[in-house]
Design a protein around this ligand. Structure first.
Ligand code: ADP
Ligand code: ZN
Ligand code: ZN
Length: 726
């Protein structure tokens, strides 16, 4: 074949033709090619005898990168992703690869190292170390039970493991060697870690494992603490025993260390790699390679891990599948959960979507029989949290906290238990205002209020990141008595410190965990019981397990009840169930308090009964009546520009261009976005809807090139398929 059709990281849909020369590249091969005046990395997607391009204008592949050709599966997955989300194929494919591989100077695998015990080391026994030396014990057990410990995994075992390994090398217990291909490890479980399954868990494991080797989608619908993770572990164990790789996806990078530690404790020696956005390029490449080479038996990762090449894939699990973090909110707006389902079908393997509060889309799929429906209805190791509503119209409050709520915290303090006070708003106060003239601090670049951050003594825009000094007086009238309106986590922290002067309070939000690793240290402090009261945002709502945490106090979540977004209620309920589920996960019983103005609202009443199915049924009935997803399919044309006029013109033209041509889809009028201006750009969108996914897709495919033609370049636009935020 004389011609290679190459995908490049450029915003054009087409492939580029190059002469293969003497290289004879294979399909899927990474190559360096000239492009304009640059040299870039591309992927050979097809080979052909001839090209449409004139012979003298065809350029030649420069060289082949020293990596195995990418598998056809990955090309198919990225092709599907590109078609479905209407995003240039080359950009999808290249961005799915580790950054190292996109460098033209890439020269081959870096050497990875691994640790093995010397004969002297093999004679050691775990009880040579004092009981309290858990890291040493765990490290030794891992080394004893596996042929080798890859360097990259030592760190994930414990932050202290690398230093310990150095010590043990000096003592002659351990050797370091370059890792070659390793033989698969048979899982060895540490017996005392293994609970006996409940009947529901046993059934879930049995049903899913009966479908190994075929595409079979499952919804694992289990209340928080019901042992979903235990089900995942059993299935992964069985997949490993069959010689397969498993992909375990989680919504947040913060959830990976805990799960990884739990997994390694349970299956020492099994090769698990975690993939997320905070790795160095070398780490990411090495782990990707371990997965690609089939060495990694389990890949644990956030949404980008869906693009990991896994030649022996046997099982896919998506934990907390309802979480909106699975949807990328910029650029290529893909849903990693939905792609995972596509991939499972393509590869013929089972996929388990797990959640205590499934997305209504998944719930509907389970109800209609498209997904198998598995239930875990009880907590095997704890009682469900008791939920209580506190009506703020009745209870007196000081600084936004009611007496029953403070009393509940007081009791926890007296018993040496932990409380979590949940408020989904960071900063000190969401607004800074002048009572004299009504002025409020606004971002100059966005249609949004500035948030007061106390410690930094600054006003910050949470949309564009703009910051300014706190004004000493009102810029409009000169009044020096400016007031913070409402409360954020910083102010809540301050209030609690005033009420409970002796308590150790820790605030956890995106501001306090900005530094790398700080979240890990905080988590250790919580687990080590060096914290009495946690104050936090949704970062704390998900998946974490703190045995001493027995009280969750949710402060004023009412705002979402009346939001315009039709998904707001679903998200609020999911969030409240999740955060309430943090209470009482071990022996101690848990309680969740919700401080609200509207205790009689049906959403809170369903929450009180902890009855997600009833709530979901009601929401689905409502969605069906009003014609919302999942009963219709949507796409959003988003546009932004410096001038409001050009945004609205662009959308109006986009709308006009198709009038009368498409009966099967409905186009709504263009409307400004909820935050109509961000960083100086006006934003608006146009909603397209259809009762048929196929019709919607056909429409979008014909609309897209038309939009690309119309746009004079002043307007930035994108299509968001299955949008989660309107
Ligand atoms: P989920 O993932 O559903 O929130 P986990 O799998 O984390 O729940 O389980 C919650 C707690 O219950 C954990 O401490 C776990 O060890 C324990 N657990 C899970 N399954 C069982 C079981 N069958 N018997 C006893 N304890 C269990
Ligand atoms: Zn004023
Ligand atoms: Zn701003």
């Amino acid at each position: 074949m004389a011609i290679a059709k190459v995908a490049l990281d450029v915003p054009l849909g087409s492939l580029f033709d190059y002469r293969t020369g003497d290289f004879g590249p294979l399909q899927g091969q990474l190559v360096v090619v000239p492009f304009g005046r640059r040299k870039v990395v591309g992927v050979v997607v097809e080979l052909a005898e001839r090209s449409e391009i004139a012979d003298d204008r065809l350029r030649r592949i420069e060289r082949i990168l020293p990596v195995e050709p990418l598998p056809q599966d990955l090309l198919n997955l990225t092709r599907f992703c590109s078609d479905y989300y209407l995003f240039p194929f080359g950009q999808v494919l290249l961005s799915a690869l580790p950054p190292m591989l996109r460098r033209t100077r890439f020269s081959g695998p870096a050497i990875s190292w691994e640790y093995v015990l010397t004969p002297a080391g093999r004679n050691l026994q775990a009880n040579a170390f004092p009981r309290a030396a858990t890291v040493k014990r765990r490290l030794l057990i891992t080394l004893l039970e596996s042929p080798a410990l890859p360097q990259s995994q030592a760190r994930t075992l414990s932050a202290r493991a690398p230093a310990l390994l150095q010590e043990w090398m000096a003592l002659g217990w351990v050797d370091k060697r370059p890792s070659a291909a390793v033989t698969p490890v048979i899982p060895v479980t540490v017996a005392e870690q293994v609970p006996e399954l409940t009947e529901e868990q046993r059934q879930a494991v049995e049903k899913v494992s009966a479908t190994f080797g075929t595409f079979s989608p499952w919804l694992l619908d289990g209340v928080t603490g019901s042992g979903k993770t235990e089900v995942y572990f059993r299935l992964i164990e069985m997949a490993i025993a069959r010689g397969s790789q498993s992909l375990l996806m989680v919504p947040e990078i913060n959830l990976t260390p805990q799960l990884e530690a739990r997994f390694q404790l349970r299956f020492p020696g099994v090769r698990l790699v975690s993939l997320h956005s905070e790795l160095t390029d070398v780490e990411r490449y090495e782990r990707w390679l371990a997965a690609f080479a089939g060495d990694a038996q389990v890949v644990l990762g956030t949404r980008l891990s869906v693009f990991t090449p896994l030649p022996r894939l046997g099982l896919v699990i998506v934990d907390e599948e309802h979480d909106v973090s699975f949807k990328q909110q910029e650029g290529l707006r893909y849903s990693a959960r939905d792609l995972a389902v596509f991939m499972a079908r393509q590869r013929g393997v089972p996929i388990v979507l797990g959640s205590a509060t499934p997305a209504l889309e998944s719930y509907q799929n389970a109800c209609s029989g498209r997904f198998g429906h598995l239930h875990l209805s009880t907590r095997p190791a704890a009682r469900p949290p008791r939920i209580r509503l506190i009506e703020t119209r009745v209870e007196r409050q000081s600084h936004g906290l009611s007496e029953p709520l403070l009393q509940a915290i007081r009791e926890r303090l007296a018993h040496g238990e932990q409380s979590l006070v949940f408020l989904n708003r960071r900063g000190y106060a969401p607004a800074l205002a002048c009572r004299a003239c009504g002025w409020a601090a606004q971002c100059s670049r966005c249609a949004a209020r500035l948030v007061w951050h106390l410690r930094a003594a600054r006003l910050r825009c949470h949309y564009c990141g703009h910051e300014e000094h706190l004004p000493s007086a009102c810029p409009a009238c000169g009044n020096q008595d400016l007031k913070g309106l409402g409360q954020g986590t910083q102010r809540l922290e301050e209030t609690l410190a005033g009420v409970f002067p002796g308590a150790r309070i820790l605030r956890i939000d995106r501001d306090s965990t900005r530094r790398k690793r700080s979240w890990r240290a905080m988590r250790d402090d919580i687990r080590g019981e060096r914290v009495d009261i946690l104050v936090g945002t949704q970062m704390l709502a998900k998946g974490h397990d703190f045995p001493k945490l027995t009280l969750v106090a949710i402060v004023n979540p009412d705002g979402a009840l009346f939001a315009a977004d039709f998904r707001a209620a679903e998200k609020l309920f999911q969030q409240l169930m999740q955060v309430a589920g943090r209470a009482g996960r071990a022996e101690l019983p848990g309680e969740a308090l919700v401080q609200t103005q509207f205790p009689e609202h049906p959403l809170y009443q369903a929450l009180l009964r902890q009855d997600y199915p009833a709530f979901a049924d009601e929401m689905l009935a409502e969605r069906k009546r009003s014609g919302f997803p999942p009963f219709v399919y949507q796409a959003l044309l988003r546009a932004e520009a410096l001038s409001e006029q050009s945004v609205m013109d662009f959308l109006a033209q986009a709308h006009r261009g198709v009038e009368g041509h498409h009966d099967a889809v409905t186009l709504y009028d263009p409307v400004p976005a909820a935050i109509a201006r961000v960083a100086g750009h006006h934003r608006a969108h146009l909603l397209v809807q259809s009762s048929s996914r196929g019709d919607l897709h056909r429409f979008l495919t014909s609309w897209y090139p038309m939009l690309a033609q119309k746009n004079a370049g002043k307007v930035r636009w994108s299509i968001d398929v299955d949008p989660l935020e309107l």
